[in-house]
Design a protein around this ligand. Structure first.
Ligand code: BTN
Length: 222
């Protein structure tokens, strides 16, 4: 079961820095506050001390699996627990606003999967200038206890990760498709623009005729 051993500190730069590949698979790091929380593409992840769920987990995927798929597996775990939607490849939205982000960093053959969830922030405590408008579970009427939520997300992630290890991403495809926030939306990813046609069984996003491995999705406003 993911979650053991657990390193917990009151404050740190980033939980991504508290794990290393010498630890057992499933080790997690948690904190109440990050002074240098990391987002994808060099961005910063903001939190409100005590009101955010911030954790990293050490995973050692078998050879042959694409580690980057783990951001999608992590997003699916969060989306199923909070009843949200996945904005490919790593965000979880509730009512069209971002409540969670995840990132997978490679370390000597291991992966440190970091997940942040805005749990009990008030509207005023959320970043007003976020690229994807932010919400918390509280502002969307889903206020939660942070520790209980961690347990639920770890339980969900544990089961999804076991399936992914054993059978690959295709075994989770139906569940991913059911949570896809982008299908049918007009999007731009890098220099590709078109209608998002869905997430393929191998985790790529189809936009028009193009199948994209990674990227940052901008959704057209109508
Ligand atoms: C993103 O949306 O760009 C990814 C955000 C990932 C944030 C989490 S919070 C726990 C872990 N520690 C970090 O510094 N980042 C991840």
């Amino acid at each position: 079961m993911l979650g053991k051993p657990r390193i917990h500190v009151d404050e740190c730069e980033s939980t991504q820095l508290l794990l290393d590949p010498s630890m057992p698979e499933g080790a997690i790091a948690t904190t109440r506050h990050q002074t240098g929380g990391r987002g994808r593409r060099g961005r910063t992840w903001h939190d409100t001390p005590g009101a955010s769920l911030l954790f990293s987990v050490l995973l050692t995927p078998p050879a042959g699996r694409r580690a980057q798929e783990l951001t999608l597996v992590g997003a699916l775990a969060v989306a199923e627990v909070v009843d949200g939607q996945i904005k490919w490849p790593n965000d979880v939205l509730v009512a069209g606003r971002k409540v969670s982000g995840g990132m997978a960093e490679l370390r000597d053959g291991a992966v440190v999967l970091g997940i942040g969830i805005n749990v009990n922030q008030t509207e005023e405590q959320l970043p007003a200038d976020a690229r994807v408008p932010a919400a918390s579970l509280r502002t969307t009427g889903r206020e939660r206890d942070v520790d209980a939520l961690l347990d639920e997300v770890l339980t969900a992630l544990d089961a999804l990760y076991a399936t992914w290890r054993r059978e690959g991403l295709a075994a989770l495809h139906e569940r991913i498709v059911a949570r896809d926030a982008l299908r049918g939306r007009d999007v731009t990813v890098g220099d590709v623009s078109g209608t998002a046609a869905g997430i393929a069984a191998d985790g790529r996003l189809q936009v028009g005729e193009a199948l994209l491995e990674s990227g940052e999705v901008n959704v057209a406003l109508h």
